[in-house]
Design a protein around this ligand. Structure first.
Ligand code: GTP
Ligand code: MG
Length: 383
């Protein structure tokens, strides 16, 4: 937060760079160019000259927010309904993977294209009846999600809390509950493995037990006058799996999930996974949260950028464009981006390069100023 370039300062106070450069030269600065870096102390003096109040945050350029100015402000006119983004959570062995596999297999999207499904960390299904899309994120425990959660960037709209009928609530169920509450996600409970008891009365009893356990843990389920839907399913036989999907759609309608789509908005998203593949090089799965991504779009992410060379769905279907809530596999990255990092669209490779360099410089400055602080503290303690 201690340095700013002349061009950024000009931007900040809405002054032409040429005018600011001239004024600075008049003030006694030598060899001023748009790249010229000013320290905080100088900036305060300069701003006083311009009669400008320096807010506390005005100069707080941090490695985390360097790219923020690239975003476009939300234009309500571009808002459109988007599919919900759902993660499945629950205790070990309660059946999360089996549910995801079932949804993958039966998803109309994959049947239509008949492709071989590859696991790319996120996938989309279309519901059989209402023909609505739902985006599922895989393995919410993994690094990308932890990182996003740490930053308060919660991409999950809905958590499906999976509870095995024969086990009821277990330690990791309660953990998942805590996470969902903390993240402010909406929740649906899926009581699963109901095929394990064929006797209807026995089954009812087991489900009743889970319901009571849920209430005792302050989950306001519908049956008890709350608003949390409960569906009883078997991912093995497929029983009621369509109800699970329709419950998700119903909840997402209530939530009125929207995002800007279309190329008027700067596209944004998150890296879900990334890896180097022998045949194509750096590949990442990106979940788009805003805007419209196309082949040839330029994306910036962490310390790297990408000119989108290819874009495909989980079914390896090549996509010409992709909008909010769509997970896509992208190639064309200069370096491998990190899972959990944010992706922002820029207009040109030149801008991408400029901002990556800027971010690196800010990181360096942050490091240096930490060093200076440490040295000063050390000296103060020695004195
Ligand atoms: P972790 O990833 O280890 O936390 O487990 P998980 O929650 O992904 O559970 P997984 O889907 O691997 O299922 C655990 C076991 O339960 C497997 O043997 C599944 O075949 C079985 N199972 C899952 N769903 C059902 C179901 O609906 N009915 C029956 N009978 N068995 C199921
Ligand atoms: Mg699993």
């Amino acid at each position: 937060p201690n340095y700013i370039s002349v061009s950024d300062l000009a931007n900040m106070i809405n002054l032409k760079i040429e005018k600011l450069t001239r004024d600075l030269t008049k003030m006694g600065f030598a060899n001023v160019t748009h790249n010229y870096i000013l320290s905080k102390e100088y900036v305060e003096l300069i701003l006083m000259n311009y009669n400008y109040q320096l807010g506390d945050h005005a100069l707080a350029v941090t490695p985390e927010n360097v790219y923020d100015e690239l975003r476009s402000p939300v234009n309500p006119k571009n808002l459109a309904r988007r599919p919900p983004i759902v993660t499945i959570m629950g205790h070990v062995d309660h059946g999360k993977t089996t549910i995801l596999d079932y949804l993958r297999k039966t998803s109309i999207v994959s049947q239509e294209h008949g492709g071989i499904t590859q696991h790319i960390g996120a996938f989309q299904v279309e519901t059989p009846v209402s023909k609505r899309k739902i985006t599922f994120l895989d393995t919410p425990g993994h690094a990308a999600f932890l990182k996003m959660r740490e930053r308060g960037a919660n991409v999950t709209d809905i958590v499906v809390l999976v509870v095995s009928m024969d086990d009821s609530l277990m330690p990791q169920t309660l953990e998942a509950l805590k996470h969902a509450r903390k993240a402010g996600s909406q929740m649906i409970v899926a009581i699963t493995k109901i095929d394990r008891i064929s006797n209807v009365k026995e089954r009812e009893k087991a489900i009743e037990k889970v319901s009571i356990d849920l209430m005792n843990n302050e989950v306001p389920i519908e049956r008890m006058g709350g608003d949390v839907q409960v569906v009883t399913i078997s991912a093995r036989t497929g029983e009621n799996m369509n109800l699970l999907e329709e419950s998700i759609v119903a909840l997402s309608d209530i939530m009125d999930l929207k995002a800007e789509r279309g190329s008027n908005a700067v596209a944004e998203g998150f890296v879900i996974e990334s890896e180097v593949k022998k045949s194509v090089g750096n590949v990442s799965t990106v979940l788009i949260t805003k805007g419209l991504l196309r082949k040839g779009s330029i994306l910036i992410c962490g310390n790297t950028y990408c000119k989108v060379r290819s874009m495909s769905s989980e079914q390896r279907v090549s996509l010409a464009e992709a909008g909010p809530s769509t997970p896509v596999e992208i190639t064309g990255w200069k370096n491998l981006p990190a899972a959990g990092d944010e992706v922002i669209q820029v207009k040109s490779e030149a801008i991408a390069k400029k901002y990556v360099a800027k971010k690196m410089a800010v990181i360096q400055t942050a490091k240096e100023s930490k060093n200076v602080e440490r040295i000063n503290e050390q000296r103060a303690s020695e004195a």
